[in-house]
Each structure stands twice: as C-alpha cells, then as structure tokens.
Design a binder for this molecule. Sequence first.
Ligand SMILES: Cc1cc2nc3c(=O)[nH]c(=O)nc-3n(C[C@H](O)[C@H](O)[C@H](O)COP(=O)(O)OP(=O)(O)OC[C@H]3O[C@@H](n4cnc5c(N)ncnc54)[C@H](O)[C@@H]3O)c2cc1C
Length: 395
Amino acid sequence: MRYLSSSKIELFNTLGLGSRCSDIRVISDPEELSDYLLSLDATSRSNVNVAGELSNTLLGEVLDTPLILYRDGSVIDISKSKNSILVHVAGSCRFDYLVDVLCEQGIPGLELLSGIPGTVGAAVVQNIAAYGQRFSDRFLSARAFDLQDCSIVDLDAEFLKFSYRSSSLKESANYSSRFVILNVSMEFNDTGPLDSIVYKDILKLHTERGRAFDDIRARRATVLEVRESKGMVVGRDNWIPSAGSFFLNPVMKTETALRLASLVRGHGFAESLFSWYKPDANSTRFPAALAIRACGFMNGDRWGNVGLSPRHILAICGYPHATGSDVASLSLLIQTRVREKLDILLEPEVRFLGRFKNKDIDTFINNNPFTPGSCEPGWAIGVDVTQESVGLRKS
Ligand SMILES: Cc1cc2nc3c(=O)[nH]c(=O)nc-3n(C[C@H](O)[C@H](O)[C@H](O)COP(=O)(O)OP(=O)(O)OC[C@H]3O[C@@H](n4cnc5c(N)ncnc54)[C@H](O)[C@@H]3O)c2cc1C
C-alpha cells in the first residue's frame, strides 16, 4: 500500500482534475485490500470510496472521505483445457493489459474492447462494451469484499444483473457499491467462431490495412488505431484528457427515435442508422452524440478550460486548470439544452465523486469565454444537419 499526496491526484484521473483529499491510498494486491478493509471499524468502512483508474469518474474539488485506488494488479492465472480457457485476474489489473495478454496468446473474446482504460474490477461494475463485444459475455464470477457484512463473497452473473453499461453494483446510489471486486474469473473459447466485426469504421480500416479477420492481434491493432483517431486512447496521439463518453445513449420508443433521427438528419439517414442499430420491437437506444449535435453543439466547442472533444462530441475534455465544477456545469448545460430542445433526458455514464463548488449554468457561461469548434463529426459530414431548426448554436 502506498499513500498518494492530494497534489498528485490529477495524474491519477483521466480528466486530469485536481481535488483536495486528505487520505488517498493505492493498493494493488487483493489480500492487502481485504486485510485493510477488515482492519477498519464499521463507520470508516462505510465511508471509504474504492476506485480504479478514475477513468469513469468526475472528481469534485474536495473529497471529504478516504479514497482507495485499487489498481496496478496482475493477471493471476490462465489455464487452458480441451473445451475452454479459464482466466483469473485481480480486480486491480489494468483491463487493457489483460486484453493485450489474451491477444498475444491468440485468445479471442475481448479484442474489440482494446484500448478501454480502467481496471477489471470497474469493468464488472460498468459492464464495459464496445464495437459489439461486452465484458459480461466472458464473465464467470467475482470474489468481492462485502463492506456491510465485512466478509468475502462470490458474486455470479445472476446477482450482478448485467445490462447496457451497468450492473447491480452500479445501481447503488453511492459512488462505491456495497461490494468491492477483489478478483474476477472469466471463461474463453478459442475454437468457436470469432465475434463478427460489424462496426463500419473498424471493418473499413481492417480491410484497408489488408489484415486477416481471424488474426486476434490484428483485430486489436485495428481497434486501437480507430480509437486513437478519435482521441480515445489515453496518452496516445490526439489524446485530450476526458472520461470517454460522458453520457449514456438514452432509451426511447423506436418510433420516437426514428422521428428524431429523421428530424435531425433526414429520413434516409434514420433508416440506415437503425438498420445496424438493432432496435428491439418497441424500444431502442438513440445515439446521445446525435442528440448533442442536433442541439447546436459542435466537436471542439470550448468554454474556458473545458470543451467537447474535437474528435468525439460525446467526450467532455478537461484542459489545464479545469475543475470538476467546470466539467459538471458543462454537462448540465448539455443536459438542459437537449431536454429543452428534444425532450430527451441524457444520463451521465460518468460517476460523480466529492464536493463541487459550483454547478450553475449561468455562472459557468459568464465565467468561461466560448470558442466555437469547427469540426463536424465524421458521421455528419456531407449531411445537412438541421442545426438551425433545433439548434441553439451561438458563437
Ligand atoms: C478514453 C476513454 C474511453 C473509454 N471507452 C469506453 C468504452 O469504449 N466502453 C466503455 O464501456 N467504457 C469506456 N470508457 C469508460 C471507462 O473506461 C470504464 O467505465 C472503466 O471500466 C472505468 O474503469 P476505472 O478503473 O477507471 O473506474 P473508476 O472511474 O475508478 O470507477 C468507476 C466506478 O467503478 C467502481 N469501482 C472501481 N473499481 C472497483 C472495484 N474493484 N470494486 C467495486 N467497484 C469498483 C467505482 O467505485 C466507481 O463507481 C472510456 C473511458 C475513457 C477515458
């Protein structure tokens, strides 16, 4: 276990935000974490926040409760049998390190999730997903510390109730759930068919590069390249500090989604979008990015030290000296405009932690000079985005 000075916290969250917190510890070993939690009295245990790499967390300026960063752990064991491959990994292991290890060994199943930051423990909470693969599809069980009963328990998929970017652990109203994921077991199969690549940008680049579709490492390389082009790989080219997609794609009736998509981008676009967006009979997810663009926001829009990524409109970016309140206020501004203009409620995917000095839209707009962005999202190029009819763009 090591103590982290509060002044270093900006290096330990992907938005690069500072926060004042008197007790930050970094723990990597599952046993050390459970011993530490056992040593606390009930009140201290209920106050503790457990996080990983803080890549899905918006930190307020002040954190009054202790923070444990459970990260930098390792893959514990990979055992192959005739029919399956079992993987045991610490919850503190960097998820993308696990993906890299599996790809190097030619084990398919997570390669399309390459480049997602964060730990394996947090991947359980969030049920991370991308490009048609979901973490939950490979999950077997997790060993967890129960903060309420002060015991070690095993959690299965039935208990975790995985759903889109969520699990029963994420549904907790608090930042930390009752259960801290110590270790995770996963199961893979290297004999069955590979997951199909259905996303157009991945398919296009993979084909252009002349890469084989059954080469797991090549699949990983393509995904990393596409993510990098969107500024979505931490520390690599085009990276601007962010927490990835800030909002979830909202659920609505399929007919409403089609009407909105047609309103914003025309009937042809709506039909093509939902031909691969796979709505079920009654409801579908509407792309939050489309809603945001339709309300007049543009890639690269900036308000003082925060803005929308020039390459990914769903990512709120923190520039030097940004505060948690700046990011929170911008998210509120976006939510408010989208609700007013389209009657859609955007829910943050990112979890808020700590105290925010100010979350007021007017103060935010008055204190932060606006610089308009000029980068149309790739998916909108060549299409008449009817921003005038539903938008509020000001420059
Ligand atoms: C550039 C970028 C791209 C991204 N792309 C994607 C993407 O494609 N798909 C996707 O799904 N997500 C994506 N994300 C979001 C993020 O990477 C995931 O949500 C990730 O799982 C967060 O991991 P973390 O360790 O940083 O979690 P943190 O932000 O540290 O914590 C998030 C939540 O998990 C809880 N938690 C963390 N560790 C544990 C544990 N061991 N036990 C119990 N609870 C725990 C925390 O209490 C908190 O509530 C992206 C983020 C960024 C910055």
